[in-house]
Write a protein that binds this ligand. Structure first.
Ligand SMILES: [Zn+2]
Length: 253
């Protein structure tokens, strides 16, 4: 935010009456009928909905009663799966939302598929992928300091990422050079290169590649730049977090 914009906001906060602001905000979400909210929310992904549920109690009730939560639960865990309702929250639908948020690191937000943890195939876990901004803004992917803005990402499994990045042009990361690179250097730089269909054939010992072309092949197979990074960066911390959250959920029952 620019300093002049921040100063303007600061000034307007000083001049506004705080009680009036709170009351107006409350009225807006209650003036819109719940059915209209439901229609709007049906266009959003689960992680975006979970953020909206934290705005206030009214929106929390609307969001937690959406059909998406039980649908996501049964899609991920099978039609015969049973969800234990929480002691303090008797409504079944609310329980679904809380459980799905607890296990969200393993669920794809696009196809609702569940990906189990596999230490050798961490890149298969659902990873955050940028989604386009609404049309009224710049229609561009939003980056914050070279990283994806988490407010504009959703978690997708590998097949969904592979489909998504063919529709969505990802910017070339700064570390990719458009020069020639030999096979050994390519494999040092991208350890996952040998797993992609284009590079499975051996031996490549003396062959030279254009790095940008090679990177694009690897990116297509691993579901984008995030998929390539995930191959090297351990996501075990995320997995432990999910286990802790699910354990916490089960202790509430
Ligand atoms: Zn998926």
């Amino acid at each position: 935010m620019s300093s002049s914009k921040a100063a303007r906001m600061h000034r307007s906060n000083i001049s506004a009456k705080p009680q009036m602001q709170v009351r107006t905000h409350d009225q807006i979400d209650k003036r819109v009928p719940p059915e209209i909210w439901e229609q709007i929310f049906n266009h959003l992904y689960p992680s975006q909905l979970s953020r909206i549920s934290m705005v206030n109690k009214n929106l929390n009730v609307i969001v937690s009663s959406l059909e998406v939560w039980p649908r996501m639960f049964y899609a991920a865990h099978g039609p015969k799966a049973q969800l234990r309702p929480l002691m303090s929250i008797p409504k079944f639908k609310s329980s679904s939302m809380i459980f799905m948020c607890a296990s969200s690191l393993h669920i794809c937000e696009k196809c609702f598929g569940l990906t189990g943890y596999n230490a050798d195939k961490l890149y298969m876990l659902p990873l955050p992928i940028p989604v386009l901004l609404p049309r009224r803004s710049t229609d561009a992917i939003k980056y914050v300091g070279g990283r994806f803005d988490p407010n504009w990402t959703i978690r997708m499994c590998l097949p969904c990422r592979q489909g998504h990045i063919s529709d969505l042009e990802e910017p070339i990361p700064l570390y990719v050079l458009n020069g020639q690179i030999d096979w050994n250097s390519l494999r040092d730089k991208y350890p996952c290169a040998g797993l992609t269909p284009e590079f499975r054939r051996r031996p490549f010992n003396n062959r030279v590649f254009w790095e940008l072309d090679a990177f694009n092949c690897i990116r297509q197979y691993f579901g984008g730049d995030v998929g390539i990074k995930a191959y090297n960066v351990s996501t075990e911390a995320c997995d432990e977090m999910t286990a802790t959250r699910i354990r916490w959920y089960q202790l509430q029952g």
